[in-house]
Design a protein around this ligand. Structure first.
Ligand SMILES: C=C1C[C@]23C[C@@]1(O)CC[C@H]2[C@@]12CC[C@H](O)[C@@](C)(C(=O)O1)[C@H]2[C@@H]3C(=O)O
Ligand SMILES: O=C(O)CCC(=O)C(=O)O
Ligand SMILES: [Fe+2]
Length: 341
């Protein structure tokens, strides 16, 4: 449940304007090696250059898994508020209406968790996270496995594999090597990956006005992979500043170029500004995998993308440094500008 005081509701209310529909390119990840895959790699690079946004089909993530996670998430969000609050935490865990710590509000409740690839670190935030069990009588423990927690873990692993496939195809399209030049940053045992499940309840009656679900921002990581149910609401901002509405496609995954990838490509790709506007009487549920590098990873434009005598537009910084800078600001802040040369 999202409960906003009257003043807070005013802060997130929007005029009832419906932007035009976005044209979103579809990239088939299953294209076989050869001319089909080369064409997919070129189309992916063009989409990243022009929009910083595209969707993938042929992604290999089982749709039964996606539907099972979404159903378990819907059950979780239907739990009594006090039970959800038991999983509350900052920044990880359950949250409602407050995004980040700097005062951003939205018509949203969510689960946010760390999903570092298994290996070097203990099973990420799952280890310490007490998540009430959707559909189970007893809160999670090893004796009473929590279906939502297990499903989220399985889902995150499947989407991480797919995100790595996207980054490999991207490296091919950019003509850079080795093949895992980009994907290794997300698949490393210490990569700082996160998973977010957002629930936007139907909007309350407000004389036709709409509500901000998630205010405009770019994602700080390398790549974000988003899946949503059939309810619209996601909007992207084109380079000319025009906002367009992304037609939902529950069978595909949407991919955002995020800030760190803008840096790695020396600005050839730019992170896409996006937001969620709640205009529907139906709930929207979205699940986003954020692929981030290990905390100590030094980020700077890849030499192969600088070209002869090319100048690096960004100074080198660690992901830890960038991440802590993001947490100091508001959602809409342009965070990269203070890392420019
Ligand atoms: C207001 C904020 C929420 C956010 C951290 C920040 O200070 C600025 C970036 C926000 C964002 C956007 C993408 C992801 O949803 C997120 C988890 C992230 O890594 O950066 C959120 C952060 C958050 O909700 O804590
Ligand atoms: O919920 C959505 O569709 C997008 C949310 C988003 O941009 C985010 O969580 O960073
Ligand atoms: Fe986002």
């Amino acid at each position: 449940m999202v409960v906003l005081a009257k003043g807070e509701l005013e802060q997130i209310a929007l005029p009832a304007a419906q932007p035009p529909l976005a044209h979103v390119r579809a990239i088939d990840l299953s294209a076989a090696p050869g001319p089909g895959r080369d064409a997919a790699a070129r189309a992916l690079v063009s989409a990243c250059e022009e929009q910083g946004f595209f969707k993938v089909t042929g992604h290999g993530v089982p749709l039964e898994l996606v539907r099972a996670v979404e159903a378990a998430a819907a059950e979780f969000f239907a739990l009594p508020q006090a039970e959800k609050e038991a999983a509350a935490g900052r920044p990880l865990g359950y949250g409602s209406k407050r995004i980040g710590v700097s005062g951003d509000l939205g018509w949203i409740e969510y689960l946010l968790l760390g999903v570092t690839p298994a290996g070097a670190l203990p099973a990420a935030s799952f280890a310490s996270w007490t998540l009430p069990c959707a559909g189970a009588a007893v809160a999670s423990s090893s004796e009473h496995p929590c279906p939502l927690r297990d499903l989220l873990e399985e889902y995150a692993a499947a989407v991480r594999r797919m995100a790595c496939g996207v980054l490999e195809l991207m490296a091919e399209g950019l003509g850079i090597g080795p093949a895992d030049a980009l994907s290794r940053l997300v698949s490393d045992g210490e990569s700082d990956n996160m998973l977010r499940v957002n629930h936007y309840p139907p909007r309350p009656e407000m004389q036709g006005r709409l509500l901000t679900g998630f205010g405009e921002h770019t994602d700080p990581q390398i790549i974000s992979v988003l899946r949503s149910n059939g309810t619209s609401g996601l909007e992207i901002c084109a380079r000319d500043g025009e906002w367009t509405s992304v037609p939902p496609d529950p069978d595909a995954f949407f991919v955002n170029v995020a800030d760190a990838l803008q840096v790695l490509t020396n600005g050839r790709f730019s992170s896409v500004k996006h937001r969620v506007v709640v205009s529907s009487e139906r709930p929207r549920v979205s699940m986003i995998f954020f692929g981030g590098p290990p905390m100590g990873e030094r980020l700077a434009p890849l030499r192969q993308l600088l070209g002869d005598g090319g100048r690096s537009k960004y100074r080198e910084f660690t992901w830890k440094e960038y991440k802590s800078s993001t947490h100091k600001g508001r959602l809409a802040t342009d965070r990269l500008c203070s890392f420019e040369n």
